[in-house]
Design a protein around this ligand. Structure first.
Ligand code: AGP
Length: 607
């Protein structure tokens, strides 16, 4: 997705703008550009370093804005890169989102004599401000009028020769964060670009805009009313957004696994009483006691975490749960009866389909409880209750630590809900809480064996097709393991329920089509043994995940990766770790940049 960065202060803006764009590169983009008030605009296709090469030492000025573009309207090209300006070259802006009525606005503006340079929707906004300035001499009025004329979503950062010491920002559906510095202020579409300079931030809500100078900021709503809002302090430090000595963010984030569980449960697990508390649910506890059904709706990896949640909550809290792809839920005509709780799960808190599904469910009167990693994100702010992951930024495009944290929180939620509904006593909960306390150490043993997993991955590095199969609590993990492999190594990998083998997939199996089989010592172990035998009988190679000490699997499978024994309900968060590492080593073995896989973005904020 696109990245926005802006600066207003006393330092040279250009190098700071380049630095800001580099911090946002992981979001995925195809071109970049920047504008410095009084020094002009430069653009470049490809990586930010191509733009940096054009800066030179001529671009002097201390107010500017910059953008990395992910094409939605108009092909990737310099002319279509942001920032865009009006006819006079006095108004410059960068934009995230989609202006849905840009075509009719553009026709009207052309009829009034405006000359357009690009094929983008964004450029319309600059010309609208220019047109408005003809009758509204105050820049802020002309800007506000534009915000009311466009339909769709936007995150804007805007500069003008008329107000050379100011930046203007506005948001509707696309995140914009203001960073409050000392004698300087920053703007970004993602706080990780601001953290190196300041941790004091203000998140704009939809329908808000602001004017910023080096020493002040004023926040307004679309009626022009000023809004008072104190800055939040981000707990993340720069270190957390660096790679911590590993080759890739993805490996760093996998290797954080044991701490991810601890951080996720910090303040939520009483080791003495062996109990779980979720203070974020305090305001909705009464409503939770009465819920009759839960719908979990999310995208990608977050939905696979939801699948684990479905099994956990039904088995443990005895509440009916169904999972839905948000991209389907929002377009079909779902029935959300009274007494239904919607849960969205999202790392970024900005995924367009998940947000739309949330809003549809809210429109039907449902209570929204969300599991979110990004503090202050849109989905967080539109939920009735938010359970934050507390795991710091996830930079790698492939979601790893966020998934582990999401599954951990779903386990905590199932336990809490079971207690609230009187299905399980606090005393009975102690067994599962005791097992949860042992999780970090068990994860650590897997992480410490990563070189063994790397060796196994190298044996499978040349295959172009994989089947991942699991049952019950490892069913979602089969899909998540397949997704990890396909998204960072571009290899065809399918997740499947092992019980489905006979209904088609086994036809694909031969010596060129290996299977990753999740065969832990659990209630479906014997069934999995049969599936592995079926695969072997058809010359299929099998990499098995098995419980430490399982000698049967050692004889039956071609390779085995062992995981520590664990209670069945907690298998998912353990089994996913070797599969994340497996995918990582195959992807890096193929020479790909696993942090920024082709065609993917970290946060899918467009549909
Ligand atoms: C996961 O590896 C993918 N990058 C993707 O499926 C991701 O989980 C999905 O886009 C949802 O993102 P979110 O958690 O930020 O909503």
């Amino acid at each position: 997705m696109c990245g926005i960065f802006g600066y207003v202060g006393t330092r040279d803006a250009a190098p700071l703008l380049i630095g800001g764009l580099k911090a946002l590169e992981y979001r995925g983009y195809d071109s970049a550009g920047l504008y410095v008030v009084g020094a002009g605009c430069i653009k470049a296709v490809g990586q930010v370093k191509n733009l940096e090469a054009k800066v030179g030492d001529t671009m002097k000025g201390h107010v500017g804005l910059a953008h990395t573009r992910w094409a939605t309207h108009g092909v990737p090209s310099e002319i279509n890169s942001h920032p865009h300006s009006d006819c006079t070259g006095k108004v410059w802006l960068a934009h995230n989102g989609i202006i849905e009525n840009y075509s009719e606005l553009k026709d009207e503006l052309i009829a009034k004599g405006h000359q357009f340079k690009s094929a983008t929707d964004t450029e319309v906004a600059a010309h609208l401000i220019e047109e408005n300035l003809k009758t509204m001499p105050v820049f802020a009025d002309a800007l506000l009028a534009m915000l009311k004329m466009v339909r769709g979503t936007y995150g804007f950062v805007i500069a003008s020769d008329q107000d050379p010491e100011k930046l203007y920002i506005a948001r509707k559906g696309s995140p914009i964060v203001l960073g409050i510095g000392e004698g300087e202020n920053f703007v970004a579409s993602d706080p990780s670009a601001i953290v190196p300079y300041t941790k004091k931030v203000i998140y704009l809500n939809d329908g808000e805009w602001a004017e910023i100078t080096s020493s002040s900021y004023k926040l307004f709503d679309l009626d022009g009313h000023e809004i008072a809002r104190e800055p939040q302090v981000i707990a993340w430090d720069v270190e957390q957004t660096q790679k911590g000595g590993y080759d890739h963010y993805m490996l760093k984030e996998i290797m954080e696994g044991d701490n991810v569980i601890k951080n996720t449960l910090a303040g939520r697990l009483d080791e003495e009483a062996l109990s779980i508390k979720l203070p974020e649910l305090a305001d909705v506890e009464d409503r939770l006691k009465d819920i009759k059904r839960i719908i979990i709706t999310s995208c990608g990896t977050a939905l696979y975490a939801g699948w684990v949640g479905e099994y956990l909550i039904e088995e443990y809290a005895k509440v009916p749960v169904e999972c839905e792809y948000a991209s389907e839920f929002r377009y079909r005509s779902p029935i959300v009866e009274p007494g239904t709780m919607i849960m969205t799960i999202t790392q970024s808190g900005e995924t367009a389909d998940t947000l739309a599904a949330l809003r549809e469910a809210k429109r039907q009167g449902a209570m929204i409880v969300s599991i979110v990693n990004t503090v202050g994100s849109t989905i967080a702010r539109e939920s009735d209750a938010v359970i934050y992951n507390q795991i710091g930024p996830e930079i790698g495009v492939a979601s790893t630590k966020a998934f582990m944290s999401q599954v951990t929180l779903l386990t905590a939620f199932a336990i809490k809900l079971a207690e609230l509904k009187g299905v399980v006593t606090a005393e009975a909960n102690k067994d599962i809480v005791r097992e949860i306390l042992a999780l970090p150490e068990k994860i650590k043993t897997i992480l410490e064996a990563r070189e063994d997993i790397k060796a196994v991955a190298q044996k499978y590095a040349s295959y172009d097709d994989f089947l991942f199969m699991g049952r019950k609590y490892t069913f979602p993990i089969a899909f998540e393991g397949a997704l990890k492999l396909k998204e960072i190594s571009y290899v065809h990998a399918e997740g499947y329920g092992a019980g489905e083998m006979k209904h088609g997939p086994i036809a694909m199996i031969d010596e060129k089509f290996p299977t990753v089989a999740l065969c832990l010592n659990d209630s479906v172990y014997e069934k999995m043994i049969s599936n592995v035998q079926e695969i072997k009988a058809r010359s299929g190679r099998v990499l098995a995940l098995a419980t430490v000490g399982d000698e049967t699997m050692k004889k039956m499978a071609d390779e085995v990766i062992y995981v520590p024994a664990i209670m069945e309900m907690l298998e998912p968060v353990l089994c996913v770790v070797p599969l994340q590492l497996f995918a990582y080593y195959i992807g890096t073995g193929r020479g790909y940049d696993v942090d920024k896989p082709r065609n993917l973005a970290k946060s899918v904020t467009v549909e």
